[in-house]
Ligand binder design. Structure first.
Ligand code: DHK
Length: 148
C-alpha cells in the first residue's frame, strides 16, 4: 500500500482558533481525521504531522526518502521563505502536492512567492481542509500513472 507523508508547517496547530475567516473553523485534528478516512477509501497509508520548526520539517522530508511514496505539504509561512525545504524536497525526489487552506495569491504580496511550487507536481489552494482530500486523490492518480 503506498505511503503518503502529510506535513504541516508553523501555526497550523492553531487551526480552529486562528483567523477562521481565512483558514476556516476546522481544527488540524479534524483535517487529520478527514485525511485518514480518504486515505482508507483510496487504499493509501498516511503519516500526518505538524511542526513549528523548519529543521524538523526538513528532517521529516529527508526521512521520507526510500520509505514514503509521496508528500502533501502545507509549509505554512515557510512556503514563502524556505530554500531549505525546497532543497530537501528536491533531494528526495518524491511527488509533492502543495496545499494551502487559503489562496495566498489573493492575500498580501509577501505570500505570492512559493519556494515549494517549483518542486510540486500540483498545487491546491483556497479549498480549506478539503484541499488535503483533493491532494490525496491527485497523488493517488500520479502514483497510478507512474506504475502503469
Ligand atoms: C498557511 C499559512 O500559515 C500562511 O503562512 C500561508 C497557508 C498560507 C494556508 O493558506 O494554508 O501564507
Amino acid at each position: 500500500m503506498p505511503s503518503i507523508l502529510i506535513l504541516n508547517g508553523p501555526n497550523l496547530n492553531m487551526l480552529g482558533i486562528r483567523e477562521p475567516a481565512i483558514y476556516g473553523s476546522e481544527t488540524l485534528a479534524d483535517i487529520k481525521r478527514k485525511c485518514q478516512a480518504e486515505a482508507k477509501a483510496l487504499g493509501l497509508k498516511v503519516d500526518f504531522r505538524q511542526s513549528n520548526h523548519e529543521g524538523e520539517l526538513v528532517t521529516w522530508i529527508q526521512k521520507a526518502y526510500g520509505k514514503m511514496d509521496g508528500i502533501i505539504l502545507n509549509a505554512g509561512a515557510y512556503t514563502h521563505t524556505s530554500i531549505a525545504i525546497h532543497d530537501a524536497l528536491k533531494a528526495v525526489g518524491l511527488p509533492v502536492i502543495e496545499v494551502h487552506l487559503s489562496n495566498p495569491h489573493e492575500r498580501e504580496s509577501f505570500r505570492h512567492v512559493s519556494y515549494v511550487a517549483p518542486v510540486a507536481a500540483d498545487i491546491i489552494t483556497g479549498k480549506r481542509g478539503e484541499g488535503y482530500v483533493l491532494a490525496l486523490r491527485r497523488l493517488k492518480d500520479i502514483l497510478k500513472n507512474k506504475n502503469s
